[in-house]
Design a protein around this ligand. Sequence first.
Ligand code: KIV
Length: 264
Amino acid sequence: MAKVTLQTLAAKKESGEKFACLTAYDSTFANIVSTQGVEVILVGDSLGNVVQGEDTTLPVTVDDMCYHTRCVAKGNEDSLIMADLPFASYHDVDQAIMNSARLMRAGADMVKLEGEGWLPPIVTRLREQGIPVCAHLGLTPQFVNVLGGYKVQGREVDRANAMIQAAIDLEAAGTALLLLECVPVSLAREITRAVSIPVIGIGAGADTDGQILVSYDMLDLTPGRKARFVKNFMEQAGSPRGAVANYVKEVKDGSYPAKEHCFN
Ligand code: KIV
């Protein structure tokens, strides 16, 4: 695979080819992921849950994110590396630039942040500083205490309309990618059509331009109850490398996510 850039992902949206994204937190798994054709590696703040054993992503620090981004960058071949700005690390422009710069120096190609209406000025300034941004909408785990739990977002008409408007405003502000988590299929489809930037989904149906999963979930390593959108790719594959290869194949041929992984 040639080095994946934002232009690669834009061309895939244009041509209708789906792209695959997975989280990674270390060098070994980043190498497996990137050599199996995953276009985007997310160094997610989900590392708070799956690596650190925390109940939420809130305890994750910028230092933690820089450490894991550096590990992933060492193992990566050609995937685009996106790193999460963790909880409360981008509440104003100056703080967002300073912390994003640390992630970029650690090896990220772009940053991801969570939010809606208040984000556009921050996105614009980051882009002006050479830092591309992915905006994470829908179920935003850093806001779990405001949202009242990990629930599907955008089922009510006014929330759905606000999310569509936020997506349009974020694109106008210079956002490079959107990520939609746990939203109804119809809303994800509408947002994906309303913007010209690539849209990645998790629990958002099959109509987004790309798909993402937390790697520990799709490898069936995460204990406890699985979210509806998670598929165990280890069951058929027998090895992590095979599981990632099957995930890429199923994202690209449209067989993942299937109806049973989606919300209405
Ligand atoms: O941190 C993370 O792993 C994420 C995914 C759930 C998309 O943001």
